[in-house]
Structure formats: structure tokens, C-alpha cells
Design a protein around this ligand. Structure first.
Ligand code: 13P
Length: 249
């Protein structure tokens, strides 16, 4: 049985004081939920948020370097993320792939480095609208998944969370239908079963992301293949994100 995981990707939003306020309220409001809850604030707020010592909500970063340390101006290493108490890190978000030139190879390097430091990667995969229209959705997610897991052992693979985020559904108000999302996530799981075996694939959690809201969370989470969600915009609002986390009440 896979434990549901609801994560908020704050992207480039919130000052330290705003982050503290939201996290304090959130940790109190979601104490008794079954799902694992993760927030991913910007780097500047991580240390302060870790200092809250939240008991339910876990903390993730939005990116990490491909290197452990060195002359890499502006980069953040896994050692630094572990030091401030991060347990998760988002890797290969489509905004990083599209706007900052992140390649499949870099995504794989980051996955390997995160695992080496016992940070759990949340690896994002997903197709553009053009690719969807050209019927390439399956091919894109299969190749991104294979690239991300390359060289990862069967024993460590279940530490990775995959987030299927169709790029055309991010921040647009458009959501993939729950059935479509479920089908693509089924394809990702089949790919993982081919790389490893069915038992391993059945342990790996796969989220959906893209315009997740309180109004569509129930339907998404009712799908057998969808193990959680990666929420952008709606994770910035206390009421919305709390409602999403408490989807089964
Ligand atoms: P939205 O929920 O704002 O569409 O963003 C999704 C996302 O990119 C989460 O990583």
C-alpha cells in the first residue's frame, strides 16, 4: 500500500515571514491526516521553516546542484539541504527544463546525488501541448522516466517520487482529466516495472501535478494509479492547501 504524498511547490513565492506564518498554521491544521505532507519553499526560507520544528509537515527544496561543493556561484548542494533539515527535493521541474536548460542527464545526476545524501527526489516528467497533440505523451514520459532512474538500484528506487506534470496544465487552470492522468501514470509505472520489476514499481509513488485545486483533488485521488499531487498555485494559500491535504474528509 503506497502512502499518499501531497506536496506544495511554492516556486518563487513568499518571504521568510510569510513562509513561517503559512507553515505554522499548516502544521497545526493537517496533524491528523493520513497523507505525507511536504512543502517546498524557496531556498531563502528553508532554514527558518526548518527552525519551526514542524511535527507533521516535511520540508523539500525546489532544486539542487549537480555538484557536492565547489566554485559554482549561485548553486545549492545536497549537503546544504540536508543541513537545514530538508528531506525531499524537486528535480527536473518543467520550468527548470524549459527555462534553465536542464537536461535528462542533469536530472539523472541530481537524482543520484540526492540519493547519495539521503534526500528523496521528487522527479518531474511531462509533455508539452505540442507533444500531446502529436501523440507523443507516452514516448516523452517513458524516456524522461528511464533517464531519471538510470543507474538507480532496485533497492533505492522506491525512495524516488515521480510527479507527472503535463506542462500545458501547469498554472493554466487546465487539468488533465483524472482518467487521462491515471492512464499516463499507469504507463510510467509500467516503465518502472520494465526497468526493475512489478513489486518495485508497485512501491514507487507517482503524483499528478497541474492546476490541482480543492475542487478536483477528490477525483484525482480516487484514481488507482495516482498516489498524490504536486501543487503549485493552490499550495500558497492556507485554506486551499489544507483542503487539498484533507481531501478524504
Ligand atoms: P499549478 O498547480 O500552479 O498548476 O503548478 C503545478 C506545478 O508546477 C507544481 O510543481
Amino acid at each position: 500500500m503506497r502512502k499518499p504524498i501531497i506536496a506544495g511547490n511554492w516556486k518563487m513565492h513568499k518571504t521568510v515571514s510569510e513562509a513561517l506564518e503559512l507553515c505554522e498554521r499548516l502544521d497545526r491544521a493537517v496533524q491528523d491526516t493520513d497523507a505525507e505532507v511536504v512543502v517546498c519553499p524557496p531556498f531563502t526560507a528553508l532554514s527558518a521553516v526548518c527552525g519551526l520544528g514542524m511535527s507533521k509537515v516535511k520540508i523539500g527544496a525546489q532544486n539542487l546542484s549537480t555538484a557536492e561543493s565547489g566554485a559554482y556561484t549561485g548553486e545549492i548542494s545536497p549537503v546544504m539541504l540536508v543541513d537545514v533539515c530538508c528531506s525531499y527535493v524537486i528535480i527536473g521541474h518543467s520550468e527548470r527544463r524549459q527555462l534553465f536548460g536542464e537536461t535528462d542527464e542533469m536530472v539523472n545526476q541530481k537524482v543520484q546525488l540526492a540519493l547519495k545524501h539521503h534526500l528523496r527526489p521528487i522527479v518531474c516528467v511531462g509533455e508539452t501541448l505540442e507533444q500531446r497533440r502529436a501523440d507523443q505523451t507516452e514516448a516523452v514520459v517513458v524516456s524522461q522516466t528511464k533517464a531519471a532512474f538510470a543507474g538507480v538500484s532496485k533497492e533505492r528506487a522506491p525512495e524516488i517520487v515521480v510527479a507527472y506534470e503535463p506542462i500545458w496544465a501547469i498554472g493554466t487552470g487546465e487539468t488533465a482529466s483524472a482518467e487521462d492522468a491515471n492512464a499516463v501514470i499507469g504507463t510510467i509505472r509500467k516503465t518502472l516495472a520494465e526497468i526493475y520489476d512489478q513489486e518495485t514499481a508497485d512501491q514507487i509513488r507517482i503524483q499528478y501535478g497541474g492546476s490541482v485545486k480543492p475542487s478536483n483533488i477528490k477525483e484525482l485521488m480516487a484514481q488507482p494509479e495516482i498516489d498524490g499531487v504536486l501543487v503549485g498555485g493552490a499550495s500558497l494559500d492556507f485554506d486551499d492547501f489544507t483542503a487539498i491535504v484533507r481531501y478524504n474528509e
